[in-house]
Design a protein around this ligand. Structure first.
Ligand code: NKO
Length: 218
């Protein structure tokens, strides 16, 4: 029934909430026009300070966690056996993850101009595939401390996430493997596409390192 689609629509609308943009606006700054021009936690930290960066990270991460965790209970509350309309509850969970992630990257509230998908994607995979997600977050921390480039840390983390899943890390909440594999592979590809300006700067040696305050435009 149509009611089974409600958790997917809710996932998109929650994922699309542009917390970085809103926190920036509350501080009198348009993050699209400051620092890297991104509305993610990194640019919030760069432009507004670390505590606002942490706030944006927490909110963007929760936008990933909540729709995935709530999808199956929501579908079942709206329609008897609603989640079974998707064949398996795992498929509904992955669908909610993908829509929250796409919502963050392409938010209806901001003319479909959104973030790079890292914090919200991390929230979704934290619930879907906790073991690869933990390895991914560890990778992010190690690469950030080693290189001082958040973008490089994010790209390495997304790559390790997919690699850990593909080599068979256990996925207790995703017994049907194909949907989650598709989500992780396509999601990581989108993270790379959204970081293309960062990749160019990394290759040119002009990427912003943590602790440097060059306000280069994208
Ligand atoms: O401003 O272009 P910028 O330098 O800000 O920003 C580049 C940066 C953008 O991303 C962010 C979010 C930072 C959150 C860090 C969370 C670490 C967890 C890593 C898990 C990766 C999971 C990817 C999911 C794909 C489906 O990169």
């Amino acid at each position: 029934t149509v009611a089974a689609l409600v958790p997917l629509v809710v996932a998109y609308l929650v994922g699309a909430l542009p917390f970085g943009y809103l926190v920036g606006r509350a501080r009198g700054v348009n993050l699209f026009h400051a620092g890297s021009g991104n509305i993610g936690a990194t640019n919030a930290a760069r432009v507004l300070g670390r505590s606002f960066g942490a706030l944006v990270f927490a909110l963007d991460f929760l936008k990933g966690v909540i729709p995935v965790a709530a999808a199956v209970p929501m579908a079942n509350a709206l329609a008897a056996g609603g989640a079974s309309a998707f064949g398996s509850p795992d498929v509904l969970r992955v669908g909610a993850a993908a829509l929250a992630f796409l919502g963050h990257m392409f938010p209806v509230y901001l003319g479909f101009r959104g973030g790079k998908g890292v914090a919200t994607g991390a929230g979704t995979v934290f619930v879907l595939v906790p073991i690869p997600a933990a390895l991914s977050i560890l990778t992010w921390v190690v690469v950030l401390f080693a290189s001082r480039f958040v973008s490089l840390a994010s790209l390495a983390a997304a790559t390790v996430l997919v690699a850990a899943h593909l080599v068979g890390a256990p996925a207790p909440f995703c017994e049907s493997a194909l949907p989650v594999t598709l989500y992780l592979v396509i999601g990581t590809a989108l993270v790379f596409v959204k970081h293309r300006a960062n990749v160019k700067r990394l290759l040119a040696g002009t990427e912003n390192a943590v602790g440097e305050f060059s306000m280069r435009q994208p």
